[in-house]
Design a protein around this ligand. Structure first.
Ligand SMILES: NC(=O)c1ccc[n+]([C@@H]2O[C@H](COP(=O)([O-])OP(=O)(O)OC[C@H]3O[C@@H](n4cnc5c(N)ncnc54)[C@H](O)[C@@H]3O)[C@@H](O)[C@H]2O)c1
Length: 331
């Protein structure tokens, strides 16, 4: 049975409110039940997309609990920056953190990258499939190439690395494959049709893979579905054309802090939770509505979505438009 970890409002009342900004990142003291990350001490954890946002913060909090790390993304200099900070924050030694540049789109290299990790550490205990990009554009105005790029990166890139690592875990008989999906792996929202499709693809893929692996009870397939979290995700999102950048990332003040999200992810991973819904209200409510009352969920999403589309078309900050009257034009 798929066990979900629901982060209920009562659970949130036990931790300090999220703080904003990646710069302000010293974690507040966490209650005992969240210190479960210590179960990952000495484990070899490979994080893709470790150069910013959730992946970067995962590196810091995993280093702090003594996990040995493989840091992957495309920008090697950024990975070295993250590695230096991990060493500062922990008692890990240089050999405990491997910087391994990796492009999720370059699937031909994923086998040799996996071999490089095995050569360095001899094993992989946890793979965190975190690298990915979002989308901010209307379907009607978006090149089909953007949809292809989103699937190549978020879906095919992820399952390609997974396949190589899983072969090793099957030999070893143990491990965790954790994939950062999204709230849009469960619900549907406007302006992110291709992104939502790629995360739904991951959800379906990993549900099926989990069912294929019942002979290996010690291999855990975990999907992590965050709501909005402070990161570079909107800034890096695809738009109407593959090479067109988002003009302005918009307000992040309504999002969960990266530190808080990652602390909850570590609690889930330590307990081998198979699906995690991690969000502040009102986003958490949306998971429940889409899961249990989809007709009502669709009705509410259409009401909010209509406003979001109108704001987007008017050049306003569509992401904060759910809650506030947007003031700033995005371009
Ligand atoms: N921030 C949110 O609100 C949110 C919500 C739900 C899910 N997510 C998911 O969380 C994950 C991390 O995103 P984030 O929010 O930290 O955003 P981010 O943009 O800060 O980080 C994304 C990471 O993916 C890496 N990446 C992008 N393309 C890559 C490629 N071709 N090869 C290798 N690495 C690549 C980036 O370099 C970066 O390290 C993503 O899968 C995203 O879909 C984010």
């Amino acid at each position: 049975m798929v066990c979900k970890l629901f982060f209920l409002p009562s659970a949130f009342r036990r931790v300090p409110p999220p703080r904003l900004g990646l710069a302000n990142r010293a974690p507040p003291p966490a209650p005992d039940w969240l210190h479960a990350g210590v179960a990952l001490k000495q484990k070899v954890v490979w994080i893709t997309g470790a150069s910013s946002g959730i992946g970067e913060e995962l590196a810091y909090q995993l280093a702090a609990v003594g996990a040995r790390l493989v840091l992957s993304a495309r920008r090697e200099n950024e990975l070295h920056r993250v590695r230096r900070k991990c060493l500062e924050l922990s008692s890990l030694e240089e050999k405990d953190i491997l910087v391994l540049p990796l492009d999720l789109l370059d699937r031909a290299t994923h086998g040799e990258k996996t071999e490089a990790v095995l050569q360095h550490f001899g094993k992989i205990d946890v793979l965190v499939n975190n690298g990915g990009r979002s989308q901010r554009s209307l379907f009607i105005d978006t090149d089909i190439d953007v949809f292809s790029s989103l699937m190549d990166l978020n879906y095919l890139g992820t399952i390609s690395v997974t396949q190589h690592v899983l072969r090793h875990m099957i030999l070893h008989g143990d491990g965790i494959i954790a994939t950062v999906s999204s709230i849009v792996g469960v619900v549907g929202v406007p302006l992110s049709t291709g992104y939502t499709a790629s995360k739904h693809a991951l959800q379906g893929f990993f549900k099926s893979l989990r069912a294929e692996l019942t002979e290996y009870p010690n291999i855990t397939i975990s999907t992590i579905c965050p709501g909005p979290v402070v990161s570079q995700i909107v800034q890096n999102a695809f738009t109407e054309q593959v090479d067109k950048a988002v003009s302005k990332a918009g307000d992040q003040s309504y999002k969960m802090s990266t530190e808080h999200c990652v602390r909850l992810i570590l609690a889930g991973l330590s307990n081998r939770v198979k699906e995690m819904w991690i969000a502040q209200q009102p986003f958490l409510l949306f998971f429940y509505l889409w899961q249990y009352t989809p007709t009502l969920a669709g009705y509410i999403t259409n009401l909010l979505g209509r406003k979001r589309v109108q704001n987007f078309k008017a050049g306003l900050d569509a992401d904060s438009a759910y809650f506030t009257t947007p003031k700033a034009k995005t371009s």
